[in-house]
Design a protein around this ligand. Structure first.
Ligand SMILES: NC(=O)c1ccc[n+]([C@@H]2O[C@H](COP(=O)([O-])OP(=O)(O)OC[C@H]3O[C@@H](n4cnc5c(N)ncnc54)[C@H](O)[C@@H]3O)[C@@H](O)[C@H]2O)c1
Length: 335
């Protein structure tokens, strides 16, 4: 299996899931090691004979064609993923998410139509009104991306489908809701808030805090991708989520309280431009067709996640320095 972006948050959790469940599988992890990629995420697999890391860019077609020659499947996680960064620097999102996906599709086609699974997001469907709680995203929802990040992921999804329809490439796509869990880079909402509080700093809550996200533990997402790559129908899309809608304020309050603080630690900051109001996904297809169901309830998952950051200060202190601090400063203070 060639996994792209396997040194990032979800990719590393997925590799751990696969090598633990199927120890006889071999994985090549192709990752450029951007600010978000971290080899420490898979340190325990460093000497596993079935795991090989290759540092490289998915836009390097020669390298991709070389390392993909003998694989049975490409599972594509690599991407620029932070919406706020896509507002500051949209081009790097178009470059990696659109052009990079195209390079991988071309390699898969040239190498005799390799099986290809594309990891995408529910953000391609746009934003739902807070008050229309009966509405959720599903496989037939029209695309309506709003941010440079979600637009680049939508463009990639369209290319993946086009390679199936035009060249017969055996593809599947998963559009998953917001993930949380261990090894998430602390610029994203949940780890940013946990680590800020561990440093006794305030947490920057956007706008009125009422925006709603549909949360899934990364272990459940990994298990969903496992089911799709093994038994998903070729050419099909599966929406993935754990039926767990929470407002940003609810989550903030939970984290703040769990770490022994009060609401005085919440700092309301200027909203993200074009901030999507609500995401909600209906994962009926994957549940009915593939028998996948989320196993982690949110209360347990968030407590375990908070504990993981408490137990791994070296990990997040190292990544939350240098280039990251510069970015944080630019976004929250100088915007
Ligand atoms: N995090 C979420 O909540 C979420 C939800 C749904 C879908 N997704 C999708 O899941 C995938 C993984 O997300 P994540 O949160 O783990 O991201 P992440 O930012 O933690 O990791 C991305 C990884 O991709 C690598 N990468 C970036 N550009 C590259 C390039 N040009 N060549 C090779 N490697 C490159 C980075 O080094 C990093 O290791 C993405 O495709 C994202 O769109 C994420």
């Amino acid at each position: 299996m060639l996994v792209t972006g396997g040194a990032g948050f979800i990719g590393s959790n997925f590799i751990r899931h696969i090598l633990t469940k199927y120890p006889h599988y071999s994985i090549i992890n192709l990752d450029k090691l951007t600010y978000a990629g971290n080899l420490e995420n898979l340190k325990d697999f460093e000497f596993n004979p079935n795991y090989k890391f290759v540092k490289g860019d998915i836009l390097n077609s020669e390298l991709v064609e070389h390392i993909a020659q003998d694989v049975d499947i490409i599972v594509h996680f690599a991407a620029e993923t932070h919406v706020d960064r896509s507002v500051l620097d949209p081009f790097s999102f178009v470059r990696t998410n659109v052009l990079g996906t195209h390079v991988l599709l071309e390699a898969a086609r040239k190498l005799g139509n390799k099986r290809f699974h594309h990891i995408s997001t529910d953000e391609v469907f746009g934003s739902l009104p807070l008050e229309e709680t009966h509405r959720s995203f599903h496989e037939e929802t029209p695309y309506d991306p709003k941010s440079p990040y979600s637009s680049s992921k939508a463009a990639a999804d369209h290319l993946v489908r086009a390679y199936h329809h035009t060249f017969g490439l055996p593809i599947t796509i998963s559009n998953c809701s917001n993930n949380y869990g261990p090894y998430q880079f602390p610029e994203k909402f949940i780890p940013l808030f946990i680590t800020n509080l561990l440093e006794e700093k305030k947490v920057p809550l956007y706008g009125d805090g009422k925006n709603v996200r549909d949360w899934i533990h990364v272990a459940d997402h990994s298990a969903a991708v496992d089911r799709i790559i093994h038994d998903g129908r070729i050419g099909h899309t599966y929406v993935v989520g754990a039926n767990c809608e929470k407002s940003n304020f609810e989550i903030t309050k939970l984290i703040v309280n769990c770490l022994g603080f009060g609401e005085e630690m919440i700092e309301y900051v200027k909203d993200r431009p074009g901030h999507d109001r609500r995401y909600s996904v209906r994962p009926h297809k994957i549940q009915a067709e593939l028998g996948w169901n989320p196993q982690m309830n949110f209360d347990d998952g968030i407590k375990k996640t908070i504990q993981w950051y408490i137990d791994n200060p070296d990990w997040w202190r190292r990544v939350k320095s240098g280039e990251y601090l510069e970015y944080y400063d630019r976004w929250y203070n100088k915007r």
